[in-house]
Design a protein around this ligand. Structure first.
Ligand code: ATP
Ligand code: MG
Length: 398
């Protein structure tokens, strides 16, 4: 039997059964061929589908159903058409056996994968989920905005604390000087009432009065300067305050309000900027950018180094203003650089930082100033931020 399985000499083509009646014969043959073509087309479509949809669950199942079953079914129909003329019954039987195997396998496997396909969300369910996700995203965006506002207030709070600390010293010196002046004046007055002022005592009094008033003058002036600078910074932070301002003068004011933190960290800061650069805009934007960059250097850069310098260079280049900020600190790792402008990214979450500082800087540079900011840093060689924005002088010529 096995020797003659593929031998077809002993068989007749089964076209005999059709009695070669053309209408029956050709209806059957054409149908078989069409069915085979259709199945091959389905097979090709399924293979392309599985190949293109990399995310498809159970791709082998689709290949089993789509390719093997349809391919074998198609082939068996084709063989049925051939067998009418060529008695290849052995091949026909084998093709049928393969078709049977593939169909039975699919018939069994389908019951195992059915629960999974039943649990797949329908497009309508996905649509609903999408809407819910969109809703959460909107809520998150709102939360982000209010956190950014909170962060702005927090940096304002930091400035208040710094300025309060800075004002304390000159006010303390002024109080000591004026108490001393009051005491010596009282003493002089007492001696005056009893006509006992010597020339020597009076000239000593004048000397002391000069020293004290000078001290008071210098220190009250310093306090007034601090309050003025701070007033400027504080108002600019909360108001949209568009005006033409001198960049160097204004940046110096920002830096003087940061002086106490810089001093505490023993950090020197140099600013290079031409006196005549004026800019139209909200100077509060510059305050926030510089405050954040300086506070970041102080917080993150100088942990393991005694050389603590910050350089800020502001230059005009054609119609752009370039602000080059660099510190001599530890530098920034590449993986941190990649995420530095992302909201909530911080390497100091455990110490209470929120990771919004550089995101705010990025937003201010790109949205308010319509410019760009790049972070360049080699680990161990300090950090550098290059800001470039259109140089809007508006009515500087008038
Ligand atoms: N000058 C710098 N030197 C070294 N690392 C820096 C410097 N500036 C920023 N970084 C790194 O970038 C991260 C993100 O900075 P960002 O200002 O956004 O957040 P933060 O300072 O950690 O938190 P926040 O500003 O909200 O208090 C920091 O956590 C730090 O790792
Ligand atoms: Mg920061």
């Amino acid at each position: 039997m096995s020797a003659s399985f593929f031998a077809n000499n002993d068989f007749m083509p089964h076209g005999m059964c059709y009695l070669w009646q053309p209408d029956i014969l050709w209806t059957s043959v054409i149908s078989d061929v069409l069915i085979a073509m259709a199945y091959f087309s389905i097979t090709a479509a399924v293979v392309i589908f599985v190949k293109k949809r990399k995310d498809l669950p159970y791709p082998w199942f689709f290949l089993l159903v789509g390719s093997v079953v349809f391919l074998t079914c198609g082939t068996s129909h084709l063989v049925s058409a051939i067998v009418i003329w060529e008695p290849i019954y052995g091949i026909s039987a084998i093709v049928k056996a393969i078709t049977a195997l593939a169909s039975v396998a699919t018939g069994i496997v389908i019951w195992f994968v059915l629960p999974f396909f039943l649990s797949l969300p329908s497009p309508a369910m996905l649509e609903k989920k999408n809407l819910a996700l969109q809703d959460s995203l909107n809520k998150l965006n709102l939360a982000k905005l209010s956190l950014i506002e909170a962060e702005k207030m927090a940096s304002l709070g930091g400035l208040v604390a710094g300025v309060a600390h800075e004002i304390n010293t000159p006010l303390g010196i002024s109080i000591t000087a004026i108490s001393h002046l009051m005491e010596t004046t009282d003493e002089l007055a007492k001696h005056f009432t009893i006509n006992q002022i010597s020339r020597k005592e009076f000239s000593r009094y004048i000397e002391e009065a000069k020293i004290s008033t000078n001290l008071i003058n210098v220190n009250l002036q310093r306090s007034a300067d601090l309050v003025n600078n701070f007033k400027l910074v504080a108002v600019d932070q909360s108001n949209e305050n568009l005006r033409l301002y001198q960049v160097k003068k204004y940046t110096n004011k920002i830096l003087s309000s940061l002086q106490s933190v810089l001093k505490k960290k023993q950090c020197t800061l140099s600013l290079k900027c031409a006196d005549d650069i004026t800019l139209w805009g909200d100077p509060g934007v510059l305050t926030q950018i510089i405050t954040n960059l300086v506070m970041n250097s102080i917080t993150h850069a100088f942990e393991n180094t005694n050389e603590r310098n910050i350089n800020i260079e502001i230059t005009k280049k054609e119609q752009f203003l370039l602000l080059n900020y660099n510190d001599s600190g530890s530098g920034i790792k590449e993986e941190v650089q990649e995420k530095i402008f992302e909201p909530f990214f911080t390497t100091r979450r455990a110490k209470g930082n929120s990771g919004l500082g550089m995101h705010i800087v990025f937003n201010l540079v790109t949205q308010s100033l319509k410019g760009t900011i790049d972070c360049v840093s080699d680990l161990g060689n300090g950090a550098q931020f290059i800001l470039k924005f259109p140089f809007d002088t508006r009515d500087s010529s008038t």
